[in-house]
Design a protein around this ligand. Sequence first.
Ligand code: ADP
Ligand code: MG
Length: 334
Amino acid sequence: MSNLLELKNVSKVYQRGLINSKANVALRDISLTLREDEPTILTVAGESGSGKTTLAMLLLGFITPTTGEIIYRGQNITTLHGKDRLAYRREVQAVFQDPFAVFNPFYTVDHLLTVPIKRFKLASTKAEARNRMEEALSAVGLRPEDILGRFPHQLSGGQRQRINVARALLLKPRLLIADEPVSMVDASLRANILETLRNLQRDHGVSIIYITHDLTTAYHIAKSIIVLYRGGVMEAGDVDAVIKDPQHPYTKLLVDSIPWPNLDQRWGETPIIAREDGGPDGGCPFRTRCPNAMDICTTRPPLYQTSPMQAAACYLHDKKPEIVAQRLTELLPV
Ligand code: ADP
Ligand code: MG
């Protein structure tokens, strides 16, 4: 059984200036695997500054890891050339937070959709290109006749974000990286877009990495979840298990702050815990704020498997079996 995507001990360190170069570890030792034969939706959740967008940029090949490797269908993405690189560019697509950002206000929506068709030579005639566009728009629940020929300002935020999804879908991707795709969309349309993403996974076999600061939407869309704090995995597992019975003090804190079960309410807009607040470099990054902190927490905790489909990086579970980071995703349901 082959893997679609593998992250092997990936870290990303940003240098803050040349002279007084203080390293900022945006991601620390992240390993995860998505299987090729089983499309899934994996949530990566964390507050602002936890490294989510850095992860998205790495997966898209926009930045390179400081250490570790990202393997796409058996090949390190930094060494991809020619046809393989083009295939990767087509097969891994993104939808970002701002539904307006990719639109040029002077062009109709058609333009946004035609560019990828041309670039990746997805159609040989105008009629075929039009068919492709209509297909993709219909797949995200839009009526092509309502959309084509319009300018961006004539569309709602929700429509625009679904067009972004349609644009990604045009390329028949295998993997979609959705970085906070609904956080700038009206609450009333949020569930709708999440449903669209779920259909992509179910009906079109697209794996999705759904990145969010919002556990409520994660709960509604994903099978499994990885919770990040300051670039490190605090907890991971089946989304139901993690949210209903969190094992890491940090996840507990997050879950307690969710206004259940209302999807329309927002969670985590303002960080509960300020990122800059006494960040220990070694040890558990959460220890300075942790109600359960112990002496041993100055040493970074490994992941412990707390139940069949759940693991937490916390010494509260040190009687449980350790699990090496590379094997973490084996616990996750697909
Ligand atoms: P999130 O998307 O979870 O809010 P980011 O990945 O954007 O988190 O940021 C993680 C950390 O990396 C933050 O501390 C942020 O300030 C830092 N960071 C992100 N991008 C850069 C960059 N280009 N240069 C330096 N630091 C960065
Ligand atoms: Mg971000």
